[in-house]
Design a protein around this ligand. Structure first.
Ligand code: E4P
Length: 223
């Protein structure tokens, strides 16, 4: 399963890229609002850091507006994917951008039917929101699993992004449920790295090494 970073914070993206685990990036207006500045500049910078798909989300809710924004984003870099929310107009915009060879990520997916429609319209990525479903006492992972089964059964090429990931367990569950990609906040990526026994083990190894080195140095000095 590929890992995308779900952020508009360029520094976080640089760090994940240095770790060698970054396959792409998703942004949205709320993530952009946390960092501010020029959205175009951020997206351009992110596309220099990763050659993987970078989702830039349109704001318009009419088809022509979505097309204008989507075509503009597509000029920024070849790895841009235009993110469009599920709606009747969104489906039309996805279909027309697909005809123009522009890749799209259909966002705010909460049911397998919405995911199926997005893929049929031509979205190359579909993003079910796991965490927001869990928030309202529905099992978000069921959408990932069922959509995965539908795509496999009917040989649909679109990839499923498990989005709205809240904690590391969601990542494991998404991988097991067949998501092609999980897009994770930087904090979750950091949580995935750590385990108390790993961190404790590193401290102990350093301690033991230091003790052994001191003992060896003392022995050499006596010789
Ligand atoms: C990703 O594409 C989504 O925009 C994101 O995962 C939403 O996450 P949230 O529910 O934590 O806002």
């Amino acid at each position: 399963m590929k890992l995308f970073l779900d952020t508009a914070d360029v520094e976080e993206i640089r760090i994940a890229a240095r770790w060698g685990v970054l396959d792409g990036v998703t942004t949205n207006p709320s993530l952009y609002a946390k960092v501010g500045g020029s959205y175009d500049d951020i997206i351009r910078e992110v596309c220099k850091i990763t050659s993987g798909p970078v989702s830039a989300e349109v704001i318009a809710d009419d088809v022509e507006g979505m097309l204008v924004e989507g075509r503009h984003f597509a000029t920024i870099a070849p790895n841009i994917v235009v993110k469009i929310a599920m709606s009747e107009n969104g489906l039309e915009a996805i279909s027309r951008l697909a005809d123009e060879g522009i890749k799209t990520n259909c966002t705010l997916i909460f049911t397998p039917n919405q995911g199926l429609l997005a893929a049929k319209a031509g979205a190359s990525l579909v993003s079910p929101f796991v965490g927001r479903l869990d928030d309202i006492n529905q099992d978000g992972m069921i959408v990932i699993r069922e959509l995965g089964e539908i795509f496999a059964l009917h040989e649909i090429d679109a990839e499923i992004i498990a989005a709205s990931i809240r904690h590391p367990l969601h990542v494991t569950q998404s991988a097991l449920a067949g998501a092609h990609i999980a897009t994770v906040p930087f904090k979750v990526l950091q949580q995935m790295v750590h385990h108390p026994l790993t961190d404790k083990g590193i401290v102990q190894f350093k301690k033991d090494w230091a003790a052994a080195s001191t003992a060896a140095a003392a022995k050499n000095a006596q010789a």
